[in-house]
Design a protein around this ligand. Structure first.
Ligand SMILES: [Cu+2]
Length: 102
């Protein structure tokens, strides 16, 4: 009886670990092209505020703050610049993964 309980616990543990791995993968993230004008840059906080154009199938043009994947991406970028890049969306998490002046 004790042995049976033990294997049952082990089975549950494997299930939990497996579920954890599934939710941790980023297979559900989508990448969109983004274009717009820089409103503000905060390299220390790795954030950039963009007045972005329509992102087809995702969101309308608006002004909003994004996180940048790396602070180095924000070097040389300042308010007023016209930029384009890539936006990675995973659930409610929006991250700019590429950003260049255009
Ligand atoms: Cu937006």
């Amino acid at each position: 009886m004790k042995r049976l309980l033990c294997s049952w616990v082990l089975f549950l543990l494997v299930l939990v670990i497996f579920a954890g791995c599934q939710s941790g993968s980023d297979s559900k993230s989508k990448v969109y092209d983004i274009k717009g004008k820089v409103v503000a840059v905060d390299a220390a906080k790795k954030s950039v505020t963009l007045d972005h154009e329509d992102i087809p199938g995702f969101m309308k043009a608006m002004e909003m703050k994004f996180s940048a994947e790396k602070s180095t991406m924000l070097e040389g970028i300042k308010a007023g610049d016209q930029v384009q890049g890539k936006l990675k969306v995973t659930g409610n998490d929006y991250v700019i993964t590429e950003l260049q002046k255009r």
